[in-house]
Ligand binder design. Sequence first.
Ligand SMILES: Cc1cc2nc3c(=O)[nH]c(=O)nc-3n(C[C@H](O)[C@H](O)[C@H](O)COP(=O)(O)OP(=O)(O)OC[C@H]3O[C@@H](n4cnc5c(N)ncnc54)[C@H](O)[C@@H]3O)c2cc1C
Length: 392
Amino acid sequence: MNSVEHTDMEFQLTDEQKQLREEVRRFADEEIRPVATEYDVAEEYPHEVMEKAADMGLLAPHVPVEYGGVGYSSLENAILTEELFAADPGIGLCVSSAGFGAEALMEFGTEAQKERVLPEVTAGDAVMGSAISEPQAGSDVTSVATRATKDDDEWVINGSKMWITNGTVADYFVVVCETDPEIDDRYSGYSQILVEGDRDGLTRDKITGKLGIRASDTAELRFDDVRVPEENLIGQRGMGFLQLMQFFDETRTAVAAQGVGIARGAAERALEYAEEREQFDRPISDFQAIKHKLAEMHTDTEAARWLTYRSAWAVDNEAGDLTALASMAKEFASRVAVDVADEAVQVHGGAGFVNDHDVERLYRDAKITQIYEGTTEIQKNIVARELLDEGM
Ligand SMILES: Cc1cc2nc3c(=O)[nH]c(=O)nc-3n(C[C@H](O)[C@H](O)[C@H](O)COP(=O)(O)OP(=O)(O)OC[C@H]3O[C@@H](n4cnc5c(N)ncnc54)[C@H](O)[C@@H]3O)c2cc1C
């Protein structure tokens, strides 16, 4: 690929998609915004909000209807993610990560695995986690060192995982392990294994003191001879890394939508504040410096939204330029989130520096979108690789 294709795309949301946006916006305004600061300060997982989100059908809504989900497309997922993150990224992530790893089951899992796990997750009775990163394996996923060895009809897992979202609250993890180290190919020899959260030998330590998304649970996991039955293997042995790669386009598009939500939330709050706050006997929105900030914040947010929609559309239509678009959208929307949240604090002056105002939290929360699901630098590497046709 030498440039991004310009395939046809609908520029109209359907009535159902508009309705979805309105319903999630109302839910986020009524159930998330009023409690966001409280959970952020306490660094506490919002169990009560999660119950309400389950009632609304917002947990793992991409899961097909036959397993209790709604079967949302990537575009619908982007719409609802924006609404959740515009209200509060910390709680927004709790809601949108409840089914982390569900894609692996949906695409490669056995019927028994799907029937057992997916309906519990969509009903809000179980939470999932996706355990890829390790202390020594971040951007380079192929350096995963957690080992799973076969002992009769069980897998025995040893190693540790770092930065795992839902780490202390999850009931199921999809864990990337090395199962076949003798295979002399950088991308083979890894497998995805389903591990229940209550298995003997699994220790989970919550990571506190995060810069942002503090309502979201993050943990380090340690596996000391954790045994699971052989039927917990997801998909084909040795193909775990290649399976995982297939979902990055979708999950990166979702993080782009998180960035759009944060940017919109910050831009809207800045607009509101600028109209209220008076200095020199007039609203600060009268000053051209502030007007220009507001104009740029809203323009950048709109641009990020359309690139994200374009990427979501490419995921839903399996377009050829999908990988480059997903990385472009993730990189651009996360940069916009950080920049817009920064300007929103500036528009608030001193008031933006304390947590009486949401922009203080959005400013801290925005940063994570440039780090997880592949850093900004990795996204740029991918875009360049796709442009130069370099292969993996
Ligand atoms: C709050 C939070 C939640 C997370 N949730 C999960 C989760 O649920 N599951 C999970 O598996 N992981 C999760 N992660 C981990 C996250 O995906 C990693 O932090 C991320 O991939 C970066 O890896 P790293 O932190 O090891 O940084 P490193 O890979 O050590 O990178 C450090 C710096 O070097 C740069 N760098 C590295 N390689 C290159 C290169 N080839 N070219 C240019 N620059 C490079 C990076 O861009 C970065 O700036 C989470 C992280 C956080 C902070």
